[in-house]
Design a protein around this ligand. Structure first.
Ligand code: SF4
Length: 174
């Protein structure tokens, strides 16, 4: 386990990226609809103005969502704490970087789960090497943009190859 657990979400070090980037539809989990890349009308600075009563206000979908630390990592590691709110020119690149980092952190999560499977030593070595690359690398925005068409594909092929170790009926799937 690295000293910094990259999958630990810390909204205080983020810039409300999920409340900007993600879309949702009005229904049982959200009280109104929001388009992608539209700041949520409940945002107040980087904070949710109804954070303490999200479920009561009809936003259980927000309670259930977890970026797995992607938002705080992007803001701190790629943008040195800057925000699209104070510099609107950053809005597009921050949104793109957040989307890329979500994909990175999704793979970190899956590779950690894969460590609980009965992999052979060679497979576990590959798993650990992928994990180290994702966790230790200091990502740039352009690298995050390229992630899904590069390293993510290699990892997905590896994960597909070790699916055979998943127990039958496992709720885990990739
Ligand atoms: S309701 Fe609050 S937590 Fe949900 S998207 Fe809007 S600002 Fe973010």
């Amino acid at each position: 386990m690295p000293q910094t657990d990259h999958l630990k979400t810390d909204c205080s070090k983020c810039a409300a990226l999920c409340c900007l980037v993600l879309a949702f539809d009005k229904g049982k989990d959200f009280a109104f609809s929001k388009n992608p890349c539209e700041p949520c009308r409940n945002l107040s600075g980087h904070r949710c103005s109804i954070h303490d009563r999200l479920t009561q206000e009809g936003f259980s979908g927000c309670v259930a969502y977890d970026c797995l630390g992607a938002g705080n990592r992007v803001v701190q590691e790629v943008f040195a704490g800057q925000s699209w709110q104070t510099d609107p020119r950053l809005t597009r690149v921050m949104m793109e970087a957040f989307s890329g980092m979500c994909e990175v952190h999704k793979r970190i999560d899956l590779l950690r789960v894969a460590g609980t499977l009965p992999l052979d030593p060679r497979e576990d070595q590959i798993r650990r090497e992928f994990l180290e690359r994702l966790e230790e690398h200091r990502w740039s925005g352009s690298e995050l943009n390229d992630f899904e068409v590069g390293l993510a594909l290699e990892i997905d092929i590896f994960l597909h190859a070790i699916r055979k170790y998943l127990p039958a009926g496992s709720p885990i799937a990739w």
